[in-house]
Design a protein around this ligand. Structure first.
Ligand SMILES: O=C(O)[C@H](O)[C@@H](O)[C@H](O)[C@H](O)COP(=O)(O)O
Length: 241
């Protein structure tokens, strides 16, 4: 289990570093690049991609790692947040929104069919909640604790409101060749204190033993998780003893 942790000095550097990482993976992909993005603070970080005219957005198929079951024009919609911040500025990009007019379980079933038609996720860009959740996979919740083989599932009692959401599952995310967490700010410091250690050379790696959260269970297919964070979030990370 390897964490490759990059600590940005400010929001501008964070956006630029994430954009460089995504641009390289997009360039290395074939004729289709399937990306799963999250909501929360991520749309603001991904906005930096709008300046990357070198990226072939016409081959992108965008899915949401999780999406709230609300109208697409709702301020709670991850689709709206990401579309306002980035996708509306990128002609030709194909963004797969859930169909909020369907019952949540049916919306998840339909979304899974679309994801399977695109061949699964090439890059998962995930957030991290202070409780260690990611997408809508929460510690102690059945979707995380007793995962099945579905690629997309539904949660109706999300601890983080709104309660009804469609989410990619552990199976879908762990199948991705590339998986990155983008998580910054003081609200993550207490969590990061438990999952990371600072090596003698200053590098930050996973703690051993590693506490079990959704964010520490998910790795890319190659056993690596890329992390993009900032000084505030890693301020309490202890030095390796
Ligand atoms: O729909 C959602 O709520 C998000 O996808 C969620 O999983 C988010 O990524 C984390 O809660 C981190 O949110 P922040 O980055 O805003 O802390």
């Amino acid at each position: 289990m390897v964490a490759k942790v990059r600590v940005a000095r400010d929001g501008g550097e964070l956006g630029a570093t994430v954009a460089e990482y995504v641009a390289a993976l997009s360039a290395a992909s074939g004729e289709r690049f399937v990306v799963a993005v999250s909501g929360g603070s991520m749309p603001g970080v991904l906005a930096a991609l709008a300046h990357r005219r070198d990226i072939e957005f016409g081959k992108w198929e965008v899915f949401f790692a999780d999406e709230r079951c609300v109208p697409l024009d709702s301020p709670d919609s991850n689709y709206k947040a990401c579309n306002d911040a980035l996708f509306s500025k990128l002609p030709g990009i194909r963004v797969h929104a859930i169909d909020p007019s369907l019952e949540p379980a049916k919306a998840a079933e339909t979304y899974e069919k679309e994801l399977m038609e695109c061949g699964g996720v090439h890059l998962a860009l995930l957030g991290a909640g202070p409780d260690g959740h990611t997408a809508s996979l929460f510690p102690g919740h059945a979707l995380f604790e007793t995962p099945g083989s579905k690629l997309v599932d539904v949660i109706l009692d999300s601890p983080k409101p709104p309660p009804a959401r469609v989410t990619l599952t552990r199976a879908a995310l762990a199948a991705a060749p590339n998986l990155a967490f983008i998580a910054t700010g003081t609200s993550k410091a207490d969590l990061f204190k438990t999952i990371f250690v600072r090596q003698a050379d200053g590098e930050i790696s996973y703690a051993d033993p590693l506490p079990r959260y959704p964010i520490t269970t998910l790795l890319s297919r190659s056993g690596v998780a890329d992390w993009f964070t900032d000084a505030a979030a890693v301020a309490k990370v202890p030095s390796q003893t």
